[in-house]
Design a protein around this ligand. Structure first.
Ligand SMILES: CC(C)(COP(=O)(O)OP(=O)(O)OC[C@H]1O[C@@H](n2cnc3c(N)ncnc32)[C@H](O)[C@@H]1OP(=O)(O)O)[C@@H](O)C(=O)NCCC(=O)NCCS
Length: 250
């Protein structure tokens, strides 16, 4: 990490209330904080559980032990959510520090100038234990990671999510990220590429808005190539769609 970069806050903590467990109403407090490397087995346990339950293989990539271990250090921060002292969710903020970063880096896909690469933060891995889904934890974990990124002057925010994983990307859109591209992650996994500039993004021109089915990948690629950005999920007579529009002229 470069000299003079703001330190990663170690005392970052958030609290709240869980209201659903296995679909039933509950009232249970939770605490969220940055995890220490000792949490590695618990994080991997949640990751494995998420992979086991996927509706379709490939929606979430299987990540290595080294990937998780490396994102407890300067190359990232991993937030955890605890209920009754048990880890029930995690979310990783990737902070690519230099040329030695061994994992996906979306700066080039996004066309960011090389001088800004140290200003990028990536939302790169999240899972909630199935019993605790539906508590909007992912959305909150996205918001907290954006707050962390902002504290560290990492204003370029990138993320990827499979078009087939609406449970994930609906939350990315909800916190203000926009679809800027579609890519094959690792050459095989189809992913939306999301971006936000925490310093402020152009407004979109609603007069140009078009709505496209999520499964219409070629049509979406075509719109993205013409400078459209995806910004909202729309459920239209049972069909999931994404609304795209062009940035308004300055
Ligand atoms: C993506 C994920 C973290 C979202 O969890 P979450 O924050 O609990 O989800 P939300 O609170 O936004 O859920 C919204 C609704 O979708 C449901 N839901 C969320 N994830 C679901 C899933 N994987 N399968 C079925 N339903 C799901 C919730 O029960 C809730 O239902 P409701 O509207 O009837 O209340 C979670 O689905 C997950 O862990 N998935 C596996 C890992 C993954 O996909 N990671 C992202 C890519 S790296």
């Amino acid at each position: 990490m470069s000299r003079g970069e703001p330190a990663i806050p170690t005392d970052f903590q958030r609290t709240g209330l869980l209201i659903r467990r296995d679909g039933q109403p509950v009232q249970m407090p939770f605490i969220s904080r940055a995890l220490e490397p000792a949490a590695l087995p618990a994080v991997q346990g949640i990751h494995r559980e998420a992979l086991r339950r996927l509706s379709e293989p490939g929606l979430v990539r299987a990540d290595s032990e080294a990937f998780f271990a490396d994102h407890f250090t300067d190359e990232g921060r991993t937030l955890g959510v605890f209920a009754e002292d048990r880890l029930i969710a995690y979310a990783i903020l990737g902070l690519p520090a230099g040329p030695g970063y061994r994992y996906d880096r979306f700066a080039e896909d996004l066309g960011l100038p090389a001088g800004d690469w140290s200003r990028i933060a990536q939302l790169i891995g999240v899972a909630v234990l199935p019993a605790w889904r539906g508590n909007r934890l992912h959305r909150r974990l996205c918001e907290w990671r954006l707050q962390l990124a902002s504290m560290m002057d990492r204003w370029h925010i990138a993320a990827v999510s499979a078009p087939g994983n609406a449970y994930s990307w609906r939350n990315l859109l909800a916190v203000g990220l926009r679809i800027k591209g579609i890519k094959l992650l690792g050459g095989e996994h189809l992913r939306y590429l999301f971006y936000a500039d925490l310093r402020g993004s152009s407004a979109l021109d609603s007069a140009t808005a078009v709505t496209v089915e999520v499964v219409a990948i070629a049509e979406q690629r075509n719109l993205l190539a013409q400078g459209y950005w995806g910004y909202a999920a729309v459920m239209d007579r049972g069909v999931l769609k994404i609304r795209y529009a062009r940035p308004a002229l300055p």
